[in-house]
Design a protein around this ligand. Sequence first.
Ligand SMILES: [Fe+2]
Ligand SMILES: [Fe+2]
Length: 297
Amino acid sequence: MSSAKYLSIFSPATRQQRRENFETYWEFSQRHGGQLFEDDKDLEKKRARLKHFQEDPVRLRQPLSDPEAFYRNYIVMQDDPSSLNRMTLMLTCIYKFARHEWVGIKGAWDSIPDMTRSYKVEDKISRVHLAEEFCHIRLFDEMLKTCGLERVEWVPLGPIKEKIYEQFPKLPGFLMDTPAFITELMGVTFYSHLYRLFDEILAEEPEVCQRLKELLEEITVDEVAHVGQRRNFIGPIGMEISKVLVRPFYTLFFNDIPEIKQLLDIDQMIKEGIAFDFNELPSHIIERSWVPSYCKS
Ligand SMILES: [Fe+2]
Ligand SMILES: [Fe+2]
């Protein structure tokens, strides 16, 4: 549509445009996160935001009726998912999604160059990107605490899966860039569906609903920027491949989390992934985020 502000994430970009966009992303990224605290895998402005939430906690009016149903199923689903209420399913689903992210970034953090050894702008971007992802895990943890879940542990996957995740960032770009891009895209799709799910499941808990939305928005702003940033690593052939891989990747990943199909429409998420163009995102998210120049009309 001619009135649309943004273009498909799969829009073509020249090598020169991509080079320029790495520069503008890097400027954005430094402004957006503030100082990097590398030893803590943390960022100045993200840390301040989390502190703001922690110092003004919101809790459920009506505590969870059966928190043990969460603790029994959050690492591996033990019960029949259809026997669990939607609140429990949503919370175990949030944990499982975040845990995948956490495992991926933990492996990557040790295998990519640290800031003092990052000479290229792409390397600096990747380092800060990972620090942002660690901030997301803290925000997810705060979401669970908001729902009264204080005993959540972040549990590694089995040793074989952990090894695979560790090797992943060491792969050459042409193998790694496409899955890394689709993963970010999948994050944004999932978060926009989760955001709407809050309204449905937390209709009786307006304060918690509002707080979870604020926490999720803090994550989504970064993830939207990551989508463009990871797309910027990919040339024309890789973009063709990416488009074809959206469906199998989303399917594979979402099927691994049994709660998702109880809660969300996977097919709709796939369609939105393929059609993604930033236009559906609320303007207050876009304003705080970053869009590649070649996706602006
Ligand atoms: Fe993330
Ligand atoms: Fe991300």
